[in-house]
Each structure stands twice: as structure tokens, then as C-alpha cells.
Ligand binder design. Structure first.
Ligand SMILES: [Zn+2]
Length: 62
């Protein structure tokens, strides 16, 4: 286990197909279709599934 691995958003990185560092803002996953490797079922993230949307609703301006 390296320090680098723990500094990435694992789920968001898998969904977006690129490393997402925790230092930056959590990326929007809404509207992204992600095919889970194990189930092989594509899943389309909705706004309610999107942590970035939830954060902006909770405390952000607008
Ligand atoms: Zn979003």
C-alpha cells in the first residue's frame, strides 16, 4: 500500500478512467456511464448519485 494510492478517489477514478487526486475538487460523475468490470452492466450516474452535485447542493453557492 503506497501513500499515492490513498491520495486518489478510487471510485471516481475508475468511473472517469483517470486518476482523480483527493486534493482537487470531487469530480462530477453525473451523466457518466460506467461499466462495472465484474457485473458487466453499464450504469449511468444520475445527479442523485453524484457526490459533487450533493456537495454543491449542501453548501455551495447555487
Ligand atoms: Zn454532478
Amino acid at each position: 500500500m503506497t501513500a499515492v494510492a490513498s491520495r486518489l478517489w478510487i471510485v471516481a477514478g475508475a468511473v472517469l478512467g483517470r486518476p482523480v487526486p483527493v486534493d482537487g475538487p470531487y469530480p462530477h460523475l453525473c451523466g457518466v456511464t460506467y461499466t462495472e468490470t465484474r457485473s458487466r452492466k453499464p450504469y449511468r450516474y444520475q445527479r442523485r448519485d453524484c457526490a459533487a452535485c450533493a456537495m454543491s447542493r449542501a453548501g455551495g453557492p447555487g
